[in-house]
Design a protein around this ligand. Sequence first.
Ligand code: TXA
Ligand code: MG
Length: 341
Amino acid sequence: MLTQRLILTGDERHDRPLIEQAGAIIRAGGLVAFPTETVYGLGADAYNPVALQRIFHAKGRPAWDPLIVHVVNHEQILDLTSRLPDLAIPLIQRFMPGSLTLILPKSERVSTIITAGRDTVGIRMPSHPVARALIRASGVPIAAPSANKFGRPSPTNADHVLQDLAGEIEAVLDAGETPHGVESTILDLTTKPPTLLRPGAVPLEAIEEAIGTVRLLTEMIPAGQSLPAPGTMARHYAPRVPLLLSAPTPEAFYGTVKDALAQYEWVGVLRPRGWSLPQSENLVVFEWGSWGEWDTLAQKLFYALRWLEGQSVHAIVAPLPPAEGLARAVRDRLVRASHRE
Ligand code: TXA
Ligand code: MG
């Protein structure tokens, strides 16, 4: 299959026919990758079981890992859920559209392919105008995981999507870089108190401000053990080479890079602005941004991992951000990406 790259310009008259074309592909049971404000998604008609199976096949994703469903209005949320827990209302009002995925009791309309046999469904209403236009043009909710091969860093541009999925999907809507660069925050509303399943682009602190205390999943689950929730396995988002993490000080970072150079021939680094590095010709440096500017660092994270890997380094070094605000999501992705198995 030849994957079409549908390049959007932001000009409504130019983009409209391309989005209509993509919507028609979804309605016909095809797969379209599309930008959201977090990362690119790999979309299919949420009501078409054959198309849903194709998502798992294209991604190489195990059938036990459920998909989230992308909606554009409240009516679609009601179609997909059997009951809205009380806390859903303030969260929907405040964060939808936005980068929050809610786990809710599913309605009968939701296929068990989406939920991997669970009785809950993940729902998200993206804010990216292209994602919204595509869902409208399709006329159906769109089931979509991130548009990468299973376990790889999520794609933040159309080139990344094509690196992983060219030849396996009908089209990608190319609207350039995604603004947040880390995935949505996932909150399970079927537990009391609600459980944070994945820190993401909406900070935990903002959610707690809206609904009070949220339970955290703190432990890392070793591969092979049963998971409290799918997708919480330790190794994920991983580049193809070892990722070494340092404490978040310039001194610790310098030391970890030095150790890495003693162990590996070519070393890639995600370097915070102004942090010094050992003298070496065997370093490949990605200028990450100012430490503490988490929106910039989050936006560049997956791009940096893919770029460094493309430079054929043997290991990558990064400092580990603190567990607060948006930094919590960056920290989570780095910790998972650093697990060897
Ligand atoms: O920002 C995002 O959320 C992106 C964009 C494309 O919307 N999507 C995304 O999807 O990151 P995915 O499939 O890569 O990650 C969604 C996670 C998976 O780890 C999955 O296990 C979990 O959500 N999930 C989905 N449905 C669930 C459910 N019913 N219960 C618990 N976890 C669920
Ligand atoms: Mg993913």
